[in-house]
Ligand binder design. Structure first.
Ligand code: AMP
Length: 297
């Protein structure tokens, strides 16, 4: 496995792979890898020939007062997990390599970034789209794998690639959960034992709302209320938002129809967690994508 920290070297490695007739797969991450990241890597391994995992804690996507300085890092552990998964190349650049000067050029996707996480984190998605554009420019024509855990990010990156004709195919991958339903996240490491015990309330709430949709509920306000009521029963949690949106356009829905995103964000002490389920409503037929994992009944 190659471990590269310069743009020139990773660009050359990807070009070499393509010249040899191999497809390039890229999995952008901020490191501190867990089973969610590994599921993306496995998809990349299955679908492409030369798999690049990028590890970069991107300062541009953290707001003032957010957790940039304490974001968990473990490069040695990440490298060994990547080697276990048969990754071909890990690109782990320094901040100076990625941003030798503060960038004067940024990428902004309008509308899709306005609400949901964009409301509480107004600069976040510009940071994401700017770094992802840089990574795509560095890696070149490729297939990129993103988790549905970050459903808004997936919608934003997908739209950006369309709008800018970037030579990248974006693939959304299932959300991976712990056995008790908590969505895996590097930020789960911040939770103290009591917060960790409380955290599965998000999944319970999403599942209760999903059950109501399966039973025939289509009113978005009532679906949101089910989530809010369930979360309110857990005293350690402050709900930031619960939203019912079109899964692709991210427009607010009053009735559930088509491909729907039911998304939630909440604070557990100082830790902000997000979660979601995808609900497809086609007349009386409802399909709920709860993610994967040994979720308890
Ligand atoms: P991060 O390192 O948090 O920036 O995440 C890197 C990639 O892994 C993003 O595409 C995330 O959506 C994805 N990811 C993170 N957690 C999960 C999860 N629990 N299930 C699936 N994908 C995930």
């Amino acid at each position: 496995m190659l471990h590269i920290d310069t743009i020139a070297e990773v660009r050359a490695a990807c070009e070499r792979a393509r010249r040899a007739g191999r497809t390039v797969g890229v999995v952008p991450t901020m490191g501190f890898l867990h089973e969610g990241h590994r599921s993306l890597i496995r998809q990349a391994r299955a679908r492409t020939d030369f798999v690049v995992v990028t590890i970069f804690v991107n300062p541009l996507q953290f707001g003032a007062g957010e957790d940039l300085d304490r974001y968990p890092r473990d490069l040695a552990g990440d490298l060994s997990q990547c080697a276990d998964e048969g990754v071909d190349c890990v690109f782990a650049p320094s901040q100076a390599e990625m941003y030798p000067r503060p960038p004067l050029t940024t990428v902004h996707v309008a509308q899709l970034t306005d609400g949901l996480c964009g409301a509480a984190r107004p600069t976040h998605f510009d940071g994401v789209t700017t770094v992802v554009t840089k990574l795509f420019a560095i890696v070149g024509p490729s297939v990129a794998f993103f988790g549905r855990k970050d459903a808004q990010q997936l919608a934003v990156v997908t739209r950006m690639v369309h709008d800018l004709d970037l030579p990248v195919e974006v693939v959304g991958c299932p959300l991976v959960r712990e056995a008790d339903g908590l969505a895996l996240s590097s930020r789960n490491a911040y939770l103290d034992p009591e917060e960790r015990a409380a955290a599965p309330v998000l999944f319970r709430a999403l599942r209760a709302a999903s059950d109501a949709v399966v039973a025939g509920e289509r009113d978005a306000a009532r679906v949101r209320a089910i989530v809010a009521t369930e979360v309110a029963e857990q005293p350690r949690v402050t709900l930031e938002y619960v939203e019912v949106r079109d899964a692709h356009e991210l427009t607010q829905l009053t009735q559930l129809d088509g491909e729907v995103l039911l998304a939630v964000a909440a604070r557990f002490g100082h830790t902000r967690l997000i979660d979601n389920v995808g609900i497809t409503v086609d007349g009386n037929t409802v399909r709920v994508d709860l993610g994967t994992g040994q979720v308890l009944a």
